[in-house]
Design a protein around this ligand. Structure first.
Ligand code: CTP
Length: 421
């Protein structure tokens, strides 16, 4: 069977937690095995209320693991071994409870212990009542997990076993098969249905992107190597999470990201004016590589090579957009995220830059020659926040850096929401 060929020979550890959708898992196991994958199941106590170990054992043709404290299991196949022998872990159905335990790092039964002990990729297929799914606590937990690199599959929207309608239905077995195959093909999982993935709905995000061009005369300008790829990806990722996005972009050769209002500018001063006109905003992400200087006096005509000496260009400083919009005041966005392009001592310089500019978070990236960051498709960044230890993310495609950042932003707002009395 050519379809989903990448599943052949793969070992899937399927963790079945206690949702009604667990009844679909024997079907899932069969579909995966038909495509050449082997499936070993871990069943939680709740899961065993909806599907029996015997049913999963029969379809997987393997022992089903249920107990953390079983001496035989621990001697034959400890929880570390279970994860070690898997290529991927899939939690399906993933209840609100197991998602919360994963987000908290709790290890109180076999399923949660395996999930804490693993260094393998993890996919989760949420399944729960619509209001449990939409609760800020669950959304915050999902944002944490996404930020840690867990892939979400679904949930789907539709009528639910509890008699309600909305997002919260587990993806169908063949959708889970497709998501696993996409994982092994190196693609990202299918996007979440729009209504199920909009934790930033109702928020306005302002994003700056690209270089600025500072004119010398009517035909020449000062510029830099920024492609705008990272800033545009951030705008797209925030829009995908439901934010209303205004993207203020310097000159780039990129298509407009879907669902964003785009204001095109050339110079730093135009960029500041466009940003100010777009306020108020809840979120500012300043990803643009703004030129620090401009020519003090722009020539009104093309400079000619008519003298003995080349013309001297007197420079003057441009406004600092990030620092200006970070200043305390009623118009300051609730969350301001800057970028810091550094070529050495990346974390130390960026930490100082965050404090100097007055922003809340800074994404520090290494732009040393050879890093391939400028103009490239990947980025290796550190997330620096005022109140936390710096976080170093692996080298990732810029789109994934953007998705992780958007997830962290959603989590930040979800946490504030759940703090409300
Ligand atoms: N930035 C800005 N306006 C400027 C300069 C920078 O908004 N005139 C923003 C960038 O969008 C980025 C952050 O400030 O979010 C840091 O940019 P970077 O070029 O790394 O810092 P600089 O201020 O230029 O500091 P330095 O040259 O000392 O590294």
């Amino acid at each position: 069977m050519a379809e989903y060929e990448s599943l052949r020979g793969k070992h899937v550890l399927l963790i079945v937690s206690g949702g009604i959708a667990a009844y679909k898992t024997p079907e899932l196991v069969r579909r995966l095995r038909e495509r050449g994958a082997s499936v070993r199941c871990v069943l939680t106590r709740g899961g065993s209320q909806f599907v029996t170990p015997l049913a999963l054992q029969a379809v997987s043709e393997d022992k089903v693991y249920t107990d953390l404290w079983s001496l035989t299991d621990e001697s034959e196949m400890g929880h570390i071994q279970l994860s070690r022998q898997a290529d991927v872990l899939l939690v399906a159905p993933a209840t609100a409870n197991i998602l919360a335990r994963m987000a908290q790092g709790l290890a109180e039964d076999l399923a949660s212990t395996v999930l804490l002990a693993t260094d393998k990729p993890v996919l989760v297929a949420p399944a729960m009542n619509v209001r449990m799914y939409q609760h800020p606590a669950t959304q915050a937990n999902l944002a944490v997990l996404r930020q840690r690199g867990v892939t979400l599959v679904g949930p789907n929207e539709g009528p639910m076993a509890c008699g309600e309608y909305g997002p919260g239905r587990m993806s169908e077995p063949m959708e889970l098969v497709a998501a696993l195959a996409a994982h092994f093909d190196g693609q990202t999982a299918p996007p979440l249905p729009v209504s199920a993935a909009r934790p930033l709905a109702g928020r306005h995000a302002l994003v700056t992107s690209g270089p600025t061009h500072e004119p010398i005369d009517p035909v020449r300008y000062i510029a830099n190597r920024s492609s705008g790829k990272q800033g545009h990806a951030v705008a797209a990722a925030l829009a995908a999470l439901g934010a209303r996005v205004t993207l203020v972009s310097g000159p780039v050769a990129l298509p407009d990201p879907a669902g964003c209002r785009v204001l095109r500018v050339e110079t730093a001063r135009e960029m500041l004016a466009a940003c100010t006109s777009a306020l108020p905003a809840d979120i500012l992400v300043a990803a643009a590589a703004v030129a620090d200087w401009r020519v003090a006096v722009e020539a009104g005509h093309k400079l000619k090579k008519d003298g003995d000496r080349p013309p001297a260009l007197a420079l003057t400083e441009n406004p600092d957009i990030l620092a200006t919009l970070s200043r305390p005041g009623p118009a300051r966005p609730a969350l301001v995220v800057g970028f810091a392009a550094e070529t050495r001592d990346v974390v130390a310089y960026a930490t100082a830059k965050r404090a100097r500019k007055g922003c809340d978070w800074i994404i520090a990236n290494d732009v040393a020659p050879g890093s391939g960051t400028f103009g490239g498709d990947h980025n290796h960044v550190h997330l620096i926040r005022a109140d936390r230890e710096p976080e170093t993310w692996p080298r990732l495609p810029k789109a994934e850096v953007a998705q992780r950042l958007a997830a962290a932003i959603a989590q930040h707002f979800a946490a504030r929401e759940s703090d409300r009395p």
